[in-house]
Design a protein around this ligand. Structure first.
Ligand SMILES: [Ca+2]
Length: 226
């Protein structure tokens, strides 16, 4: 095995390694295209029409018959699935204006060796590709902040505008670790505005500690009433 092969193997292992490392990537859509910030762009049919408007990256694939225009970026490490104090978090702020067909735009999260999550937007609902069902409603035509969290890489929560609206399961299959957003639906399109996409491995409150705190706070109230 020569040195190049060793490097490739090391990189491949590093992409899926689980550990306590924390890191955070952001794409703020402030006038530079994702591929200028290390995202890999894949297109079909010439890709979407693209521009920036009010600090958002606008993707318009409604005029193409093969409207594929997606952006992918890797993950240096994954969270340790046995450590509930750290989680993979992805936050994005998105306005869906027009949809031709269904399930576009999309956002995919792949965790090498653990599994994947795939979300596709309808005009006012979000579809989970691998769970095979609609998982959340939203008001179209306005921006919403989304936050997806998984600490065990088996289950995840999705919050919209600060409220958890869904708890789901990670589909147990993925060969790489990557975040992928854009219009990945063939023969369908959309006009969507991405204000930002941010993701990483970060410290989160332990679910048990929140429950414990709630119990401690509720305790005196309960005692007082008896
Ligand atoms: Ca922005």
């Amino acid at each position: 095995m020569n040195r190049v092969h060793i490097l490739v193997v090391a990189l491949a292992l590093g992409a899926g390694r689980a550990g306590a490392d924390t890191w955070w990537y952001t794409y703020e859509a402030d006038g530079t295209y994702p591929e200028q910030e290390g995202w890999e762009r894949t297109i079909m049919g010439g890709g979407a029409q693209r521009w920036f408007e009010d600090g958002a990256f606008v993707l318009d694939s409604t005029g193409s018959t093969e409207p594929l225009d997606i952006y992918a970026k890797g993950m240096p490490t994954l969270p340790d699935p046995n450590d509930p104090t750290h989680a993979f978090v992805c936050e994005w702020r998105l306005c869906v204006n027009t949809i031709v067909g269904y399930w576009s735009p999309t956002l995919f999260l792949l965790f090498q060796g653990y599994g994947d999550i795939g979300l596709g937007y309808d005009m006012d609902q979000i579809y989970s590709f691998f769970e095979g069902e609609y998982i959340a409603d939203f008001e179209p035509g306005v921006f919403h902040s989304y936050r997806l969290v998984t600490s065990d890489l088996e289950t995840y929560t999705l919050a919209i505008d600060g409220t958890v609206v869904y708890t789901g399961e990670v589909d147990p299959w993925a060969l790489t670790s990557v975040v992928n957003f854009g219009d990945s639906a063939e023969a369908r399109g959309s006009l969507s505005r991405w204000d930002y996409v941010r993701y990483g491995v970060t410290a989160v409150p332990e679910p048990g500690s929140i429950l414990l705190l709630g119990t401690i706070m509720a305790g005196p109230l309960w005692r007082r009433s008896t």
